[in-house]
Design a protein around this ligand. Structure first.
Ligand SMILES: *Cc1c(COP(=O)(O)O)cnc(C)c1O
Length: 363
């Protein structure tokens, strides 16, 4: 007798590492066995071979096309996750006794501030800590001679997102880890962009960086080679062994984004998902959110049910329905629904159906 196994359809709302497009997973799993008909696994090829050079070149070319960058910009793929950039940015760009401006609008931004203060003076240009990071501060104040201004474009944990970037004469730096390539924006407003890949562009283990070259070489500090942006540019992201597989998955995801219609299409899908989720949220008084309406994130919707028992019951029903990763961040609590590029609208519809029926039963 054959055993009948029914696999429940899962809906992956993970905040990161998170859902990737199915074709990317299929191609990556084929490449584990036989990469591009080389007879070798992608895990077995040398990073200085033409095979990997092509992967890297393709990834960089995709980034440049998607962001419409000119030759003033360099694209790097480095180790370390976004957290390394909290240190590497000031190490490369902020001299002793100089000032950098930071927006304190979430847990990740505040970690970036902490690291930067090891290298120079930090001025908080604006903070939303007074209201639990539930909005994006609009009125920024910082010295004109600041070395740069740093923002977190999407606050993964709190569920806010910058929908209009500050205009400034100092170099603008963005931690775009959780909304990179989710919509069309004017990337040229930024002098440096960094993103850990595992939320919206690939597998954990690699950081993508976009650097406008004219911001480099302005400080006196001696920088360890492996931390030095200029040296990485000179080495073409191959100073040492890069995270080959993670770069490969990013390359596949970037190609998928382009094949699907690029950032205009990603933005359209993102708005569709978020509109469905937030419209449902607003129509059901049982579910509440503290996030300022104009600052809501299209990537991470954060909300809660006041009655803790009911909230636990809701989370339990989510689990039974095959909804993965909807429990809020450990310090925030509540519910968090992450809706990255690869999440189909049908998954959001499954979530809003459950929200409707749960509210009908318990209101
Ligand atoms: C997840 C995240 C980080 C941390 O990324 P790691 O790759 O784990 O270091 C930093 N910033 C933002 C906005 C994030 O969402």
């Amino acid at each position: 007798m054959r055993l009948q196994v029914t696999v429940m359809k899962l809906h992956n709302f993970n905040s990161g590492p998170s859902i990737l497009p199915q074709p990317v997973l299929e191609e990556a799993s084929n490449a584990i066995h036989n990469f591009n008909n080389t007879g070798l696994s992608i895990l077995e090829i040398g990073h200085r071979t033409s095979h990997f050079q092509e992967v890297l070149n393709n990834a960089i070319a995709s980034v440049k096309r998607l962001m419409q960058l000119d030759d003033q910009y360099e694209v790097l793929f480095l180790h370390g996750g976004a957290t390394t950039q909290f240190m590497q940015v000031p190490m490369n760009l902020l001299d002793d006794h100089k000032t950098a401006a930071y927006c304190d609008n979430g847990i990740w931004g505040s970690k970036a501030i902490k690291e930067a203060s090891l290298f120079g003076d930090v001025v908080v240009a604006a903070s939303s800590a007074d209201k639990n990071y539930s909005y994006i501060p609009k009125d920024l104040q910082f010295p004109e001679n600041a070395s740069y201004l740093h923002i977190t474009t999407n606050n993964t944990v709190e569920g806010t997102q910058w929908h209009q970037y500050p205009t400034t004469d100092v170099p603008l730096i963005g931690d775009m880890s959780s909304d990179i390539f989710s919509r069309e924006i004017d990337f040229k407003k930024f002098s440096l962009i960094y993103a850990g890949a595992q939320k919206n562009m690939g597998a954990a283990g690699v950081n993508m960086l976009v650097i406008k070259k004219d911001i480099l070489g302005k400080i006196q500090r001696r920088i360890p080679t492996i931390m030095n942006y200029q040296k990485h540019i000179e080495a073409g992201s191959l100073m040492n062994t890069p995270p080959v597989f993670a770069v490969y998955v990013s390359m596949l995801t970037l190609k998928w984004i382009e094949d699907e219609g690029g950032l205009i299409e990603m933005g359209k899908r993102s708005t569709e998902r978020a509109t469905l989720l937030y419209n449902t949220l607003d129509s059901l008084p049982l579910f509440k959110t503290n996030i300022a309406k104009e600052d809501r994130s299209e990537m991470n919707a954060v909300f809660f049910i006041e009655d803790e028992n009911l909230q636990n019951l809701f989370l339990e029903e989510c689990k039974q329905a095959g909804f993965i990763g909807v429990k809020g961040y450990r310090t925030v609590g509540g519910v968090r629904v992450s809706m990255y590029n690869a999440l189909p609208l049908s998954s959001v519809a499954a979530m809003t159906d459950l929200m409707q029926s749960f509210a009908a039963k318990h209101s």
